[in-house]
Design a protein around this ligand. Structure first.
Ligand code: NAD
Length: 294
Protein backbone atom coordinates (compact mmCIF):
# COMPACT_ATOMS: atom_id res chain seq x y z
CA UNK A 1 0.00 0.00 0.00
CA UNK A 2 1.07 3.56 -0.71
CA UNK A 3 1.63 6.65 1.45
CA UNK A 4 -0.40 9.43 -0.17
CA UNK A 5 -0.38 13.16 0.66
CA UNK A 6 -3.84 14.73 0.14
CA UNK A 7 -3.98 18.52 0.08
CA UNK A 8 -7.39 20.21 -0.06
CA UNK A 9 -9.93 18.31 2.04
CA UNK A 10 -13.14 20.16 1.16
CA UNK A 11 -16.48 18.90 -0.15
CA UNK A 12 -14.75 16.71 -2.72
CA UNK A 13 -11.33 16.07 -1.19
CA UNK A 14 -12.57 14.67 2.12
CA UNK A 15 -14.74 11.86 0.71
CA UNK A 16 -12.06 11.08 -1.90
CA UNK A 17 -9.38 10.79 0.80
CA UNK A 18 -11.74 8.61 2.87
CA UNK A 19 -12.01 6.14 -0.02
CA UNK A 20 -8.20 5.95 -0.26
CA UNK A 21 -8.05 5.14 3.47
CA UNK A 22 -10.73 2.45 3.00
CA UNK A 23 -8.60 0.95 0.20
CA UNK A 24 -5.76 0.50 2.72
CA UNK A 25 -3.52 3.45 1.82
CA UNK A 26 -1.87 5.67 4.42
CA UNK A 27 -3.21 9.17 3.75
CA UNK A 28 -1.42 12.22 5.18
CA UNK A 29 -3.82 15.15 4.73
CA UNK A 30 -3.71 18.91 5.00
CA UNK A 31 -6.30 21.66 4.61
CA UNK A 32 -6.23 25.32 5.65
CA UNK A 33 -9.62 24.92 7.39
CA UNK A 34 -9.35 23.18 10.80
CA UNK A 35 -12.96 21.89 10.57
CA UNK A 36 -12.16 20.09 7.30
CA UNK A 37 -9.01 18.60 8.84
CA UNK A 38 -11.10 17.37 11.75
CA UNK A 39 -13.55 15.59 9.38
CA UNK A 40 -10.53 14.03 7.65
CA UNK A 41 -9.18 12.79 10.97
CA UNK A 42 -12.54 11.14 11.71
CA UNK A 43 -12.24 9.39 8.32
CA UNK A 44 -8.85 7.89 9.22
CA UNK A 45 -6.62 10.47 7.51
CA UNK A 46 -3.43 11.42 9.38
CA UNK A 47 -3.92 15.20 9.67
CA UNK A 48 -0.69 17.20 9.35
CA UNK A 49 0.28 20.73 10.42
CA UNK A 50 1.12 21.87 6.88
CA UNK A 51 1.40 20.78 3.26
CA UNK A 52 5.14 20.18 3.70
CA UNK A 53 4.49 17.65 6.49
CA UNK A 54 1.88 15.87 4.37
CA UNK A 55 4.40 15.38 1.55
CA UNK A 56 7.07 13.95 3.87
CA UNK A 57 7.53 10.27 2.95
CA UNK A 58 4.66 10.26 0.41
CA UNK A 59 5.06 8.46 -2.93
CA UNK A 60 1.96 10.20 -4.33
CA UNK A 61 0.67 13.75 -3.77
CA UNK A 62 -2.97 14.55 -4.62
CA UNK A 63 -4.35 18.09 -4.67
CA UNK A 64 -8.07 19.02 -4.70
CA UNK A 65 -8.11 22.82 -4.51
CA UNK A 66 -10.46 25.62 -5.60
CA UNK A 67 -8.61 27.07 -8.61
CA UNK A 68 -5.39 27.28 -10.65
CA UNK A 69 -3.70 29.90 -8.46
CA UNK A 70 -4.09 27.70 -5.36
CA UNK A 71 -2.66 24.69 -7.20
CA UNK A 72 0.35 26.66 -8.48
CA UNK A 73 1.05 28.16 -5.03
CA UNK A 74 0.96 24.72 -3.41
CA UNK A 75 3.11 23.17 -6.18
CA UNK A 76 5.72 25.98 -5.82
CA UNK A 77 5.85 25.29 -2.06
CA UNK A 78 5.97 21.52 -1.99
CA UNK A 79 7.44 20.33 -5.31
CA UNK A 80 11.02 21.12 -4.14
CA UNK A 81 10.40 19.13 -0.93
CA UNK A 82 9.15 15.90 -2.54
CA UNK A 83 11.49 13.00 -3.30
CA UNK A 84 12.50 12.69 -6.97
CA UNK A 85 10.06 10.50 -8.90
CA UNK A 86 7.10 11.30 -6.62
CA UNK A 87 3.81 11.30 -8.55
CA UNK A 88 1.77 14.54 -8.35
CA UNK A 89 -1.93 14.24 -9.27
CA UNK A 90 -4.00 17.43 -9.44
CA UNK A 91 -7.73 16.62 -9.35
CA UNK A 92 -8.91 20.26 -9.05
CA UNK A 93 -10.76 21.87 -11.97
CA UNK A 94 -8.39 24.58 -13.23
CA UNK A 95 -7.63 26.46 -16.45
CA UNK A 96 -5.59 24.56 -19.04
CA UNK A 97 -2.67 27.05 -18.86
CA UNK A 98 -2.33 26.63 -15.08
CA UNK A 99 -2.54 22.85 -15.48
CA UNK A 100 0.34 22.92 -17.95
CA UNK A 101 2.30 25.26 -15.65
CA UNK A 102 1.79 22.77 -12.78
CA UNK A 103 3.25 19.98 -14.97
CA UNK A 104 6.24 22.23 -15.75
CA UNK A 105 6.91 22.88 -12.04
CA UNK A 106 6.66 19.15 -11.34
CA UNK A 107 9.01 18.14 -14.11
CA UNK A 108 11.54 20.87 -13.18
CA UNK A 109 11.70 19.22 -9.74
CA UNK A 110 12.17 15.68 -11.11
CA UNK A 111 8.56 14.63 -10.37
CA UNK A 112 5.94 12.79 -12.44
CA UNK A 113 2.58 14.52 -12.86
CA UNK A 114 -0.99 14.09 -14.06
CA UNK A 115 -3.86 16.56 -14.31
CA UNK A 116 -6.94 14.52 -13.39
CA UNK A 117 -10.09 16.60 -12.91
CA UNK A 118 -13.27 14.76 -12.07
CA UNK A 119 -16.92 14.56 -12.97
CA UNK A 120 -19.55 13.11 -10.64
CA UNK A 121 -19.81 15.69 -7.86
CA UNK A 122 -19.89 15.11 -4.12
CA UNK A 123 -22.16 12.06 -4.47
CA UNK A 124 -19.67 10.42 -6.85
CA UNK A 125 -16.81 11.36 -4.51
CA UNK A 126 -18.57 9.68 -1.58
CA UNK A 127 -19.54 6.58 -3.59
CA UNK A 128 -16.10 6.22 -5.21
CA UNK A 129 -17.61 6.45 -8.68
CA UNK A 130 -15.98 9.61 -10.06
CA UNK A 131 -14.91 9.84 -13.71
CA UNK A 132 -11.27 10.96 -13.88
CA UNK A 133 -10.03 12.69 -17.05
CA UNK A 134 -6.25 12.44 -17.04
CA UNK A 135 -3.55 14.33 -18.91
CA UNK A 136 0.15 13.54 -18.80
CA UNK A 137 2.77 11.02 -19.90
CA UNK A 138 1.99 7.31 -20.30
CA UNK A 139 4.48 6.56 -17.52
CA UNK A 140 2.75 8.94 -15.07
CA UNK A 141 -0.71 7.68 -16.08
CA UNK A 142 0.30 4.03 -15.53
CA UNK A 143 1.34 4.89 -11.97
CA UNK A 144 -1.72 7.11 -11.34
CA UNK A 145 -4.42 4.71 -12.54
CA UNK A 146 -4.28 2.21 -9.62
CA UNK A 147 -4.12 5.10 -7.11
CA UNK A 148 -7.26 6.68 -8.61
CA UNK A 149 -9.21 3.39 -8.83
CA UNK A 150 -10.66 3.40 -5.25
CA UNK A 151 -12.18 6.83 -5.98
CA UNK A 152 -13.28 6.05 -9.54
CA UNK A 153 -16.02 4.61 -11.68
CA UNK A 154 -13.94 5.34 -14.75
CA UNK A 155 -10.43 6.65 -15.49
CA UNK A 156 -9.70 7.95 -19.01
CA UNK A 157 -6.25 8.92 -20.31
CA UNK A 158 -7.09 11.91 -22.53
CA UNK A 159 -3.60 12.80 -23.76
CA UNK A 160 -0.59 14.87 -22.76
CA UNK A 161 -0.29 17.59 -20.09
CA UNK A 162 -3.52 19.60 -19.74
CA UNK A 163 -5.65 17.17 -21.78
CA UNK A 164 -7.68 16.15 -18.70
CA UNK A 165 -8.64 19.77 -18.00
CA UNK A 166 -9.41 20.29 -21.70
CA UNK A 167 -11.80 17.29 -21.65
CA UNK A 168 -13.45 18.53 -18.46
CA UNK A 169 -14.24 22.03 -19.72
CA UNK A 170 -15.38 20.80 -23.15
CA UNK A 171 -17.75 18.32 -21.47
CA UNK A 172 -19.10 20.93 -19.07
CA UNK A 173 -19.60 23.45 -21.87
CA UNK A 174 -21.86 20.84 -23.55
CA UNK A 175 -23.65 20.39 -20.21
CA UNK A 176 -24.23 24.13 -19.59
CA UNK A 177 -25.44 24.77 -23.12
CA UNK A 178 -27.68 21.68 -23.17
CA UNK A 179 -29.26 22.52 -19.80
CA UNK A 180 -30.20 25.97 -21.08
CA UNK A 181 -31.59 24.45 -24.30
CA UNK A 182 -33.72 21.97 -22.34
CA UNK A 183 -34.92 24.75 -20.00
CA UNK A 184 -35.89 26.94 -22.96
CA UNK A 185 -37.80 24.04 -24.53
CA UNK A 186 -39.82 23.40 -21.35
CA UNK A 187 -40.63 27.12 -20.98
CA UNK A 188 -41.72 27.31 -24.63
CA UNK A 189 -43.84 24.17 -24.09
CA UNK A 190 -45.51 25.86 -21.10
CA UNK A 191 -46.37 28.89 -23.28
CA UNK A 192 -47.79 26.56 -25.94
CA UNK A 193 -49.93 24.62 -23.46
CA UNK A 194 -47.88 21.42 -23.78
CA UNK A 195 -47.43 19.46 -20.53
CA UNK A 196 -43.97 18.78 -19.11
CA UNK A 197 -44.63 15.04 -19.23
CA UNK A 198 -45.72 15.13 -22.87
CA UNK A 199 -42.60 17.01 -23.94
CA UNK A 200 -40.48 14.64 -21.87
CA UNK A 201 -42.11 11.52 -23.34
CA UNK A 202 -41.47 12.74 -26.88
CA UNK A 203 -38.04 14.39 -26.54
CA UNK A 204 -36.54 11.67 -24.29
CA UNK A 205 -36.90 9.15 -27.12
CA UNK A 206 -36.40 11.59 -30.02
CA UNK A 207 -33.59 13.66 -31.47
CA UNK A 208 -33.76 16.15 -28.56
CA UNK A 209 -32.61 13.47 -26.11
CA UNK A 210 -29.64 14.43 -23.91
CA UNK A 211 -28.34 13.94 -20.34
CA UNK A 212 -29.74 17.31 -19.19
CA UNK A 213 -33.19 16.03 -20.14
CA UNK A 214 -33.17 12.35 -19.22
CA UNK A 215 -30.88 12.26 -16.15
CA UNK A 216 -31.21 15.78 -14.81
CA UNK A 217 -34.60 17.01 -16.03
CA UNK A 218 -35.00 20.68 -14.92
CA UNK A 219 -38.76 20.39 -14.18
CA UNK A 220 -40.13 18.23 -11.33
CA UNK A 221 -41.89 14.99 -12.25
CA UNK A 222 -40.46 13.18 -15.26
CA UNK A 223 -37.13 12.19 -13.60
CA UNK A 224 -37.82 11.78 -9.86
CA UNK A 225 -34.12 11.87 -8.86
CA UNK A 226 -33.36 15.23 -10.51
CA UNK A 227 -32.73 18.32 -8.29
CA UNK A 228 -35.93 19.97 -9.64
CA UNK A 229 -37.82 17.56 -7.36
CA UNK A 230 -36.07 18.90 -4.24
CA UNK A 231 -36.39 22.63 -4.93
CA UNK A 232 -33.12 22.65 -6.90
CA UNK A 233 -30.81 21.76 -4.00
CA UNK A 234 -27.47 20.79 -5.59
CA UNK A 235 -26.31 18.50 -7.15
CA UNK A 236 -23.96 20.67 -9.06
CA UNK A 237 -24.14 24.29 -7.93
CA UNK A 238 -24.70 27.08 -10.46
CA UNK A 239 -21.53 28.80 -9.13
CA UNK A 240 -19.46 25.77 -10.18
CA UNK A 241 -21.14 25.69 -13.60
CA UNK A 242 -20.22 29.36 -14.04
CA UNK A 243 -16.63 28.55 -13.03
CA UNK A 244 -16.37 25.81 -15.68
CA UNK A 245 -18.06 27.88 -18.42
CA UNK A 246 -15.69 30.76 -17.65
CA UNK A 247 -12.70 28.39 -17.91
CA UNK A 248 -14.08 27.18 -21.26
CA UNK A 249 -14.36 30.78 -22.50
CA UNK A 250 -10.79 31.56 -21.37
CA UNK A 251 -9.57 28.46 -23.21
CA UNK A 252 -11.62 29.37 -26.32
CA UNK A 253 -10.15 32.86 -26.31
CA UNK A 254 -6.52 31.75 -25.81
CA UNK A 255 -6.81 28.97 -28.44
CA UNK A 256 -8.88 30.95 -30.98
CA UNK A 257 -11.95 28.63 -30.93
CA UNK A 258 -15.38 30.02 -31.95
CA UNK A 259 -17.89 29.06 -29.20
CA UNK A 260 -20.90 31.41 -29.46
CA UNK A 261 -23.26 29.13 -27.52
CA UNK A 262 -20.64 28.54 -24.81
CA UNK A 263 -20.24 32.31 -24.57
CA UNK A 264 -24.01 32.86 -24.29
CA UNK A 265 -24.27 30.13 -21.65
CA UNK A 266 -21.47 31.73 -19.60
CA UNK A 267 -23.26 35.10 -19.77
CA UNK A 268 -26.59 33.60 -18.69
CA UNK A 269 -25.04 31.74 -15.74
CA UNK A 270 -23.16 34.92 -14.78
CA UNK A 271 -26.42 36.86 -14.54
CA UNK A 272 -28.03 33.97 -12.66
CA UNK A 273 -25.15 33.97 -10.14
CA UNK A 274 -25.19 37.77 -9.81
CA UNK A 275 -28.89 37.54 -8.92
CA UNK A 276 -27.96 35.42 -5.90
CA UNK A 277 -28.62 31.89 -7.23
CA UNK A 278 -25.06 30.53 -7.16
CA UNK A 279 -25.81 27.99 -4.41
CA UNK A 280 -28.79 26.50 -6.28
CA UNK A 281 -28.42 23.56 -8.61
CA UNK A 282 -27.43 24.67 -12.12
CA UNK A 283 -30.68 23.23 -13.52
CA UNK A 284 -32.53 26.04 -11.65
CA UNK A 285 -31.52 28.24 -14.61
CA UNK A 286 -34.97 27.27 -15.96
CA UNK A 287 -36.54 29.54 -13.31
CA UNK A 288 -34.46 32.44 -14.63
CA UNK A 289 -35.47 31.63 -18.22
CA UNK A 290 -39.16 31.43 -17.16
CA UNK A 291 -38.98 34.68 -15.17
CA UNK A 292 -37.23 36.47 -18.04
CA UNK A 293 -39.98 35.36 -20.44
CA UNK A 294 -42.64 36.68 -18.08
P1 NAD B 1 -14.11 23.19 -1.47
O1 NAD B 1 -14.01 24.68 -1.44
O2 NAD B 1 -15.12 22.49 -0.66
O3 NAD B 1 -12.66 22.57 -1.06
C1 NAD B 1 -11.43 23.16 -1.37
C2 NAD B 1 -10.56 23.05 -0.13
O4 NAD B 1 -9.24 23.50 -0.43
C3 NAD B 1 -11.06 23.91 1.04
O5 NAD B 1 -11.30 23.07 2.17
C4 NAD B 1 -9.90 24.88 1.29
O6 NAD B 1 -9.71 25.19 2.67
C5 NAD B 1 -8.73 24.10 0.75
N1 NAD B 1 -7.58 24.91 0.42
C6 NAD B 1 -7.51 26.05 -0.32
N2 NAD B 1 -6.23 26.47 -0.41
C7 NAD B 1 -5.48 25.55 0.25
C8 NAD B 1 -4.08 25.45 0.51
N3 NAD B 1 -3.20 26.33 0.05
N4 NAD B 1 -3.65 24.40 1.25
C9 NAD B 1 -4.53 23.49 1.73
N5 NAD B 1 -5.87 23.54 1.53
C10 NAD B 1 -6.32 24.58 0.80
O7 NAD B 1 -14.24 22.79 -3.01
P2 NAD B 1 -14.71 21.37 -3.62
O8 NAD B 1 -16.16 21.41 -3.91
O9 NAD B 1 -14.11 20.29 -2.81
O10 NAD B 1 -13.99 21.45 -5.04
C11 NAD B 1 -12.59 21.22 -5.19
C12 NAD B 1 -12.27 21.23 -6.68
O11 NAD B 1 -13.04 20.22 -7.33
C13 NAD B 1 -12.60 22.54 -7.39
O12 NAD B 1 -11.58 22.82 -8.32
C14 NAD B 1 -13.92 22.26 -8.06
O13 NAD B 1 -14.13 23.04 -9.22
C15 NAD B 1 -13.77 20.78 -8.41
N6 NAD B 1 -15.04 20.04 -8.54
C16 NAD B 1 -16.03 20.18 -7.62
C17 NAD B 1 -17.21 19.46 -7.77
C18 NAD B 1 -18.33 19.58 -6.76
O14 NAD B 1 -19.46 19.11 -7.05
N7 NAD B 1 -18.11 20.17 -5.58
C19 NAD B 1 -17.38 18.59 -8.86
C20 NAD B 1 -16.32 18.44 -9.76
C21 NAD B 1 -15.15 19.16 -9.59
Amino acid sequence: MTTIAFIGLGNMGNPMAANLVKAGHTVQGFDLMPENLSIARDNGVEATAGAADAVNGAAVVITMLPAGKHVLEVYEDIAPLAAKGTLFIDCSTVDVDSAREAHTIASANGLLSIDAPVSGGTAGAAAGTLTFMAGGSREAFALAEPVLQPMAGKVVHCGEAGAGQAAKICNNMILGVSMIAVGEAFVLAEKLGLSHQALYDVASTSSGQCWSLTSYCPVPGPVPTSPANRDYRPGFAAALMLKDLTLAQEAASSSGAFTPLGEAAAELYERFNENGHGAEDFSAIIRYIRASAA
